[in-house]
Design a binder for this molecule. Sequence first.
Ligand SMILES: [Zn+2]
Length: 52
Amino acid sequence: MKLTYCPKCQAEMIEDAWEEISELSDGSLQQEIIVPAWVCSEFCGYYERIIH
Ligand SMILES: [Zn+2]
């Protein structure tokens, strides 16, 4: 298994899903679920999309 480290806090990255919430111009929120992604185990906010 590939093991990577968060460039922000050097914690291990875990393979997970990441939800990205963005605000649209009309003020409504749109939730995008990014699957799969490497997510920082400290949940500092860093993630990396896994491209197969
Ligand atoms: Zn981190």
